[in-house]
Design a protein. Structure first.
Length: 159
């Protein structure tokens, strides 16, 4: 069966299970960028996002109902750059599913979604995947120290 990308809000009965799994994955992956944040706070934020029509919109990659990864289209993702919007955020693929094109599928899905919704640019920041994004059409803007971590700010033109 093929990998399918869709919005989390449209995944039906599995939504609560997926929400909890995503919150755990993301909390463990990016706790260092959210010091003091709790798993419960992250989960509550994700639950709110699927109940609202506003950004953020969470997208998931599944194969035969098995959650493989996710990415988010967020209004903002860096509180020091609130004037930039929207953001590709929280791209995550489970380690045993990496290098299979799933991250690229998620990125492409979000780019197309953002284009359809009239956005002209898309932003992200990364600690160590600059080359990965460059090979997918993103360009480097600057390196910034964000929450005691050096990250590369990147942009993708959508028009």
């Amino acid at each position: 069966m093929a990998v399918v990308v869709s919005t989390l809000r449209n995944c039906g009965a599995l939504q609560d299970d997926y929400l909890l799994q995503l919150a755990k994955w993301h909390h463990n992956e990016w706790l260092h960028l959210n010091p003091g944040g709790t798993l419960e706070q992250r989960l509550a934020g994700y639950k709110h996002s699927v109940q609202s029509s506003a950004l953020p919109e969470i997208f998931i990659a599944c194969e035969n109902k098995k959650l493989l990864g996710s990415a988010t289209l967020a209004k903002e993702d860096m509180d020091t750059r609130k004037f930039l919007t929207p953001w590709l955020a929280s791209l995550f693929v489970v380690p045993e599913q990496r290098n299979k094109g799933i991250a690229s599928q998620l990125i492409t899905f979000i780019i197309n979604y953002a284009k359809k919704n009239g956005f002209k640019n898309l932003y992200l920041f990364t600690e160590d995947q600059t080359d990965f994004y460059r090979h997918r059409g993103w360009y480097f803007v600057e390196t910034v120290n964000y929450r005691q971590t050096d990250v590369d700010l990147m942009c993708r033109k959508l028009d």
